[in-house]
Design a protein around this ligand. Structure first.
Ligand code: SF4
Ligand code: FES
Length: 248
């Protein structure tokens, strides 16, 4: 009996050679335990070695295999063919980003945004190593733990209509990481981040559509981080009005 197959329609695009992206159809084996990434690897290995896309871990950890699958941002290593049974599967690059080639997008804007929010621990003064590590209680860790799960997959940027219209918007993951470090008891960079979060392209651009949290494969809730940051900024503003000498 012939092996069952599924049709994948995959974006092909070589900027400089092609005038616009097109969809190319490939017939690949349908296997219950295959994910979309397996199907792409089959195409690359058996049908067309010129297909370009990113992946690495194949286990939802590296964040590099994000693509649009039937119009929804997904990690292709976690999107099973069986969930699209009986359908053609359209695989396209993440929307809202420039395409470098085929399914590979340009992530420079995202990387710049992560850097701009100082997504690392900022210390004004480091204590000497001889004084030991910076310790935290479970309650202190709990304040930011869920935001540490971000794998920088950019699905939330592809889902965000505000980022789609206004690419200068800091965006969900960068704001979630800014919030994560602001809430970390070891960090002292809050003032610098708050300035950026409260700026023209910061949290106030978010219209609370909430799609960022819907599509996140790691159950991070960037929409909550954005709303909590708005509350924190409002509190900072009130404090600066009531106690101007204490906050500047
Ligand atoms: S917040 Fe979620 S969707 Fe956004 S980059 Fe991080 S892991 Fe990906
Ligand atoms: S290949 Fe690493 S998250 Fe999918």
């Amino acid at each position: 009996m012939a092996e069952p197959t599924v049709t994948l329609k995959v974006t092909r695009y070589r900027p400089g050679k092609d005038s616009a992206p097109t969809l190319q159809s490939y017939s690949v084996p349908y296997r219950q335990d295959w994910v979309v990434l397996d199907a792409l690897n089959h195409i690359k290995d058996q049908i067309d070695g010129t297909l370009s896309y990113r992946w690495s871990c194949r286990m939802g950890v590296c964040g590099s295999c994000g693509m649009m699958v039937n119009g929804v941002p997904k990690l292709t290593c976690a999107a099973f063919l069986r969930d699209y049974h009986g359908q053609e599967i359209r695989v396209e690059p993440l929307v809202n980003f420039p395409i470098i080639r085929d399914l590979v997008i340009d992530m420079n804007d995202f990387m710049d945004k992560l850097k701009s929010v100082k997504s690392w621990l900022v210390r004004k003064v480091e204590k000497p190593v001889t004084e030991g590590e910076y310790r935290q209680t479970p309650a202190e860790l709990e304040k930011f733990h869920q935001f540490t799960q971000c794998i920088n997959c950019m699905l939330c940027y592809a889902a965000c209509p505000v980022y789609g219209l206004e690419p200068e918007f800091l965006g969900p993951a960068a704001i979630a990481l800014a919030y994560r470090y602001n809430m970390d008891s070891r960090d002292q960079g809050r003032d610098q981040r708050q300035e950026l979060l409260g700026s023209h392209h910061g949290v106030w651009e978010c219209t609370f559509v909430g799609e960022c949290s819907e599509v996140c494969p790691k159950h991070v809730d960037p929409a909550a981080a954005i709303q909590r940051s708005k509350v924190d900024l409002a509190k900072d503003w009130f404090k600066s009005m009531l106690l101007p000498w204490g906050t500047r």
